[in-house]
Design a protein around this ligand. Sequence first.
Ligand code: FES
Length: 155
Amino acid sequence: MSSAAMSLARLPLVTLSRTGKSFPVNQGEVILDAALRQEIWLPHACRGGTCGSCKATIVAGSVTYDEGAPLRTRQAALRSEAYLCCAKAVGDVTFDVAELPARPIGAMYRRPARIASIAKPSRDVAIVTLKPPPNAAIQPSNESSALLTLCICRI
Ligand code: FES
């Protein structure tokens, strides 16, 4: 299919079976990201495929995951379940999942990461460099770097 034809192709639709609400998902977009972008509040926490709070039942259709997604998220599809923070729609798909009434306020996000290094430039300061997994929702803004750096200061 040419790129012009692909741009004219209809985007996959995600439908929530409890409310009948539907929303489109962009090519390659994670379903949870598409929902939140359109102010459809679905349960979530870590956004990295580890906590299970975004798990939904697949009523119709199917999903796929990137190779870097945690194994249990990829295995969930075999049980007609989906981790919406990592799942991508394969055509139209319908889920049984509870929609939140409003955007969660003050929600804390736990994200997996590996400590790449810890430097202590002084007694009261530590610089921690983290390496998130390739499918993490938060990525460094610099494309050439796969690291996030935190500076922790004692006050
Ligand atoms: S939000 Fe934690 S597994 Fe999806």
